[in-house]
Design a protein. Structure first.
Length: 236
């Protein structure tokens, strides 16, 4: 899972280590899975000092749709080792129909998909309610949908957590939470259907683009890289 090849990204560029002494690597922002769209090569840490949203390492940021077993990915099961290996890959702006002004095309995937340490045991059995999801900042749980938890942070940012186990949340609408507080578990919930076993994480905040200030989805990848580096250092 951590072979030397993990230091090379699929497009041939060299991956970067999160911290010294650990075989954990990430590709640059905007380097999406081949054929999945045009990414936003934005190094901005839009949400500095957040806690990584999955409580424990390892975790693997990569595409669900273009990963192994995804609807547009290589054949195989979602628990394939290639989905649970470094380096990380950005998937903000993957081809989708959602209006996303920060994407080169003006539309695309509005967040980052993150797999926890493992997916399946005994073939297809998911590790439901095994991997804890944490609040990334102090704030308030402002809304809970059929598969989405909304955290409005004291900073003014909005964080959306998708595909958690909504039947076993640790919070309810209106609760105040502190950074690092458990709010639930990674799942494969997609409302009336299911998706792959992962957490989809979004950041929405006010940005100025082309002279206009918009409250919009911003690339979470660089913020997650910084947060994961701190987690690996033991200072989440």
């Amino acid at each position: 899972m951590h072979a030397a090849s993990a230091q090379t990204c699929p497009d041939g560029t060299t991956a970067t280590g999160f911290i010294d002494g650990q075989s954990a690597y990430y590709c640059a922002p905007g380097h999406l899975a081949p054929g999945s769209g045009n990414g936003d090569a934005d190094n901005t840490v839009w949400a500095p000092n957040i806690r990584f949203p999955i409580e424990a390492a390892p975790a693997y940021a990569n595409s669900q749709v273009w990963g192994v077993g995804g609807t547009s990915g290589p054949a195989g099961g979602q628990g394939d080792v290639r989905n649970y290996s470094y380096p990380w890959r950005d998937d903000f702006c993957e081809d989708r129909g959602y209006a996303t002004v920060m994407c080169p095309s003006g539309a695309g995937h509005q967040g980052q998909d993150i797999r926890p340490a493992a997916c399946c045991q005994s073939g297809s059995h998911l590790w439901q309610d095994h991997f804890v999801v944490d609040a990334v900042e102090n704030g308030t749980i402002t809304s809970i949908g059929s598969y989405t938890v909304y955290l409005t942070a004291d900073s003014g940012r909005l964080y959306r957590y998708l595909h958690m186990d909504m039947k076993n949340l640790k919070v309810k609408e209106g609760d105040t939470v502190t950074r690092g507080q458990p709010i639930g578990y990674v799942s494969n919930n997609f409302g009336d259907s299911v998706t792959t076993f992962h957490l989809h994480f979004e950041i929405k905040e006010a940005v100025t683009k082309d002279g206009k200030t918009l409250y919009t989805w911003v690339p979470p990848y660089a913020s997650l890289v910084a947060a994961y580096s701190n987690l690996l250092k033991g200072t989440p």
